[in-house]
Design a protein around this ligand. Structure first.
Ligand SMILES: C[S@@+](CC[C@H](N)C(=O)[O-])C[C@H]1O[C@@H](n2cnc3c(N)ncnc32)[C@H](O)[C@@H]1O
Length: 284
C-alpha cells in the first residue's frame, strides 16, 4: 500500500483516532534506515483496513519476535523512543515492545534502537487501541464498536493465536496526545474501553503506568483507573490537587515512577509551567 492509498483507507476506518497524521512523510535518512534495519526491529504483521491497523486475525508471536521469553514491558505511544530504549538498556533481561501509530515516530524509535544498540526492543507500527487486542488475542480483536469493546473488556479469545503470547508485566502510557479542547476529548486514548484492553494484556499484579502534563487529562485518567473493575489504585487519596474537578481532597496520584525518564514532551510541559501527574493501576 503506498502513502496515498494508506491515507485513503484511513478515512474509511470507523475508529476514532487518538493520533494525528501530522508530517507523516519520512526523510531519506529514515527511509534508508527502515529499508536496511527495519526488518530486524519492526514487527512485520498483516495490515487491516487502515494503515495503522492490523488484520484482526494476525498471528504475532512475541517470543519469536524477541527471540526469547522474558518479562515484557509495553510502551504505548513511545514517540521517538526515549523511554523504551533507555529502559531497555538498563534492563537487558526484559523484552520491550513499543507500539507507535505515527510512522515517523516508529522510524525514530528504530533509529534510536540502532544508535544506542538496544537489542531487546521491538517496534510495532500500529494504533494500540486496535492492535493490542490482536497481539494479545482479546475477544475485542477486530471490533470497532467502542461500546462492544468496553463490554468485552479483558476477555481472552482462546482460539486467537495472540492468546498464547505472554502477558506484559508493565504497560506505559506516558504523555499521550492531550486533545485539550473539550470537543476533542473523545479522541483521548485513555478511557474505560482502553482500560479493559490494557487489562487483557497485563499479567495479574502487572502495572499500567500513566503520566500527563495536562491536569484536565490527569483527573479523568485517575478516574478511569479507579472506576475499572480490573485495576487497583495503590495511591488512593494521595497527592491531592487543589484544582481537581473531582474535589480538592480527592487525590489518587502516584509518585513519579523512578523507571520513567524525562522526555522532550515532559520537559516542554514543565517549561510551560504545567504540573505532571503520574497514575498507576495494578492489575487485579
Ligand atoms: C505526545 S507524544 C508522547 C511521546 C512519548 N510518550 C513521550 O513522552 O515523549 C504521544 C505519542 O503517542 C502516539 N500515539 C497516539 N495515539 C496512539 C495510539 N492509539 N497507538 C499508538 N501510538 C499512539 C503519537 O503518535 C505520539 O507519538
Amino acid at each position: 500500500m503506498d502513502d496515498t492509498q494508506a491515507h485513503g483507507a484511513e478515512r474509511h476506518d470507523r475508529r476514532i483516532r487518538s493520533f494525528s497524521r501530522r508530517g507523516s512523510r519520512l526523510g531519506r535518512k529514515y527511509e534508508d534506515l527502515l529499508k536496511t534495519l527495519g526488518p530486524k526491529y519492526l514487527i512485520d504483521a498483516p495490515r487491516g483496513n487502515a494503515a495503522s491497523s492490523l488484520a484482526p486475525d494476525a498471528d504475532i508471536d512475541l517470543v519469536a519476535a524477541f527471540g526469547r521469553q522474558a518479562p515484557l514491558a509495553v510502551e504505548i505511544g513511545p514517540g521517538s523512543g526515549e523511554q523504551c530504549v533507555s529502559w531497555a538498556l538498563a534492563h537487558p533481561d526484559w523484552n520491550v515492545l513499543a507500539v507507535e501509530a505515527w510512522h515517523p515516530g516508529a522510524a525514530r524509535c528504530v533509529a534510536r534502537i540502532v544508535r544506542e544498540e538496544a537489542q531487546n526492543v521491538r517496534v510495532l507500527e500500529a494504533d494500540a487501541a486496535q492492535a493490542l487486542p490482536v497481539v494479545f488475542g482479546l475477544a475485542s480483536a477486530g471490533i470497532d464498536d467502542a461500546a462492544r469493546v468496553r463490554e468485552l473488556g479483558a476477555t481472552l479469545a482462546a482460539e486467537h493465536p495472540g492468546a498464547a503470547n505472554p502477558r506484559a508485566r508493565e504497560i506505559w502510557t506516558f504523555f499521550p496526545d492531550p486533545w485539550r479542547k473539550k470537543r476533542h476529548f473523545k479522541r483521548r486514548l485513555v478511557n474505560d474501553a482502553f482500560a479493559g484492553i490494557v487489562a487483557g494484556c497485563l499479567e495479574t499484579g502487572g502495572a499500567w503506568r500513566l503520566a500527563t502534563d495536562w491536569d484536565t487529562y490527569a483527573w479523568p485518567m485517575r478516574d478511569v483507573v479507579e472506576a475499572s473493575a480490573f485495576f487497583d489504585n495503590p495511591f488512593l487519596g494521595e497527592r491531592p490537587d487543589e484544582a481537581d474537578e473531582a474535589g480538592p481532597g480527592r487525590g489518587g496520584f502516584a509518585p513519579r515512577w523512578d523507571g520513567r525518564v524525562m522526555t522532550r514532551f515532559e520537559q516542554r510541559g514543565l517549561q510551560a509551567g504545567r504540573n505532571v501527574h503520574d497514575v498507576t493501576g495494578i492489575r487485579i
